[in-house]
Design a protein around this ligand. Structure first.
Ligand SMILES: [Zn+2]
Length: 175
């Protein structure tokens, strides 16, 4: 079973789904940037700003993919938007559920791909210098610092009951 298939199965077990759609339909769903004539601007759909052709509908617990060779790491992040928070993507604090993402990537065998998809992810430096204000690209950290950041985030995810003590990711969606 591929990582993507495993992610899809977990989505279903949490009452959601991953849908593969074509690019035309995707553009209609996620056209907030350029809702021109003939384009439908739909509420509740948010696309991933740094990756094209991946998006979510938080309310419907649905992740949309409209490209053939998607990195499963990107889907791990999008699943976070749907299952690791009760808040819609515009209001969520992604940094709170970074450890949850790691746990899900680990469970589905795509840690390397997930790490690659996080290269430009802006991480806080709490674990490195105690500051809650500084941010840095995850991809710019050395292995030791990545480890520190991940451990601190796993601790936080555990604290927020997003994962179990044996790193099992949980869904927090109550509706
Ligand atoms: Zn995001």
């Amino acid at each position: 079973m591929t990582s993507l298939e495993k992610l899809s199965e977990i989505c279903r077990s949490w009452g959601g789904r991953i849908l593969h759609i074509n690019k035309g339909l995707f553009k209609n769903f996620f056209s907030w940037r350029d809702a021109g004539p003939g384009r439908v601007l739909l509420d509740d759909y948010s696309d991933a700003p740094f990756t094209s052709y991946v998006g979510v509908n938080h309310k419907r617990k649905t992740i949309y993919i409209a490209k053939p060779d998607v990195n499963p790491g990107e889907i791990v992040h999008e699943m976070g938007h749907v299952f690791a928070t009760n808040k819609a993507p515009e209001q969520t604090e992604e940094w709170v559920w970074f450890g949850w993402e790691f746990a899900l990537a680990r469970k589905t065998g795509c840690i390397k791909q997930w790490m690659r998809s996080c290269n430009l992810y802006q991480v806080g430096t709490e674990a490195l210098n105690g500051s809650t204000k500084d941010i840095i690209d995850f991809g710019g950290l050395n292995v030791k610092d990545r480890r520190k950041v991940l451990l601190e985030r796993l601790d936080l995810a555990l604290h927020h009951k997003l994962i179990t003590s044996d790193l099992e990711p949980l869904s927090v969606r109550i509706s």
